[in-house]
Design a protein around this ligand. Structure first.
Ligand code: MN3
Length: 234
């Protein structure tokens, strides 16, 4: 008689039926991260971001970061237990510099892209800054000033990287990062970030990064960015 049969036979079947699968699940090791589904269709951000770019960016580029992250974390159960948010925030505690670099690039890549998809919406659902975020933007000098600062960061970023808006203590700040680094790795929480790797815009905008960033605001999801601000201002 195994444990389950014994429990059933002794009349605690109802409790066992609830408890046993839970025990099993808790002991199941997490094997890695999976590609999150986009919150809209691949062509939903047209004409600002074309369907082909979105498809390749999501199914190839983002998937590759996840595959490489999983490869790097294989067997590292302590890390696999963590959320991608925690992994990215703690990446600088990794002593092995080679591993730190791999997790920075690929954990960062996974976090950044998951974040990027979430802060965009079809043009007709973009909305506008409201509430506490709208006040913070006013304090910054207005939306046009914020857009100009982001534009400067985005076009001034040499090579691949990101332009971010963070909200430490409720004050907006515009920062840039190279490769897949992000502000979370430096203890600041972004509320908005624009991918300025060529793979994010080259098919449609060719070398015209400035045009892509200027157009990007039409698909900014201000509802989500506002929620990010409420969480980040803390
Ligand atoms: Mn990208």
């Amino acid at each position: 008689m195994n444990r389950r049969e014994m429990l059933l036979a002794t009349g605690v079947g109802a409790a066992a039926a609830i408890l046993l699968p839970r025990i099993g699940q808790a002991e199941e090791p997490k094997t890695g991260f999976t590609l999150p589904k986009l919150p809209y269709e691949y062509d939903a951000l047209e004409p600002v971001i074309d369907k082909e770019t979105m498809t390749i960016h999501h199914t190839k580029h983002h998937q590759t970061y996840i595959d490489n992250l999983n490869k790097a974390l294989a067997g590292k159960d302590d890390w696999l237990k963590m959320s991608i948010d925690d992994i990215v925030a703690k990446v600088k505690t990794i002593e092995d510099m080679r591993l730190r670099r791999t997790i920075t690039n690929n954990g960062g890549g996974h976090w950044n892209h998951t974040f990027f998809w979430s802060i965009m919406a079809p043009k007709d659902q973009s909305g506008k800054p409201e509430g506490a975020l709208a006040e913070a933007i006013e304090k910054f000098g207005g939306l046009d000033k914020l857009k100009t600062a982001v534009q400067e960061r985005a076009t001034g970023q040499f090579g691949s990287g990101w332009a971010w808006v963070t909200a430490k203590g409720g004050t907006l700040e515009v920062v840039g990062s190279g490769n897949q680094n992000n502000p979370l790795m430096d203890g600041a929480r972004p509320i908005l970030g624009i991918d300025v790797w060529e793979h994010a815009y080259y098919l449609k905008y060719r070398n015209r990064r400035a045009d892509y960033v200027k157009a990007w605001w039409d698909v900014a999801n201000w509802k989500v960015i506002g929620e990010n601000f409420d969480k980040a201002k803390g």
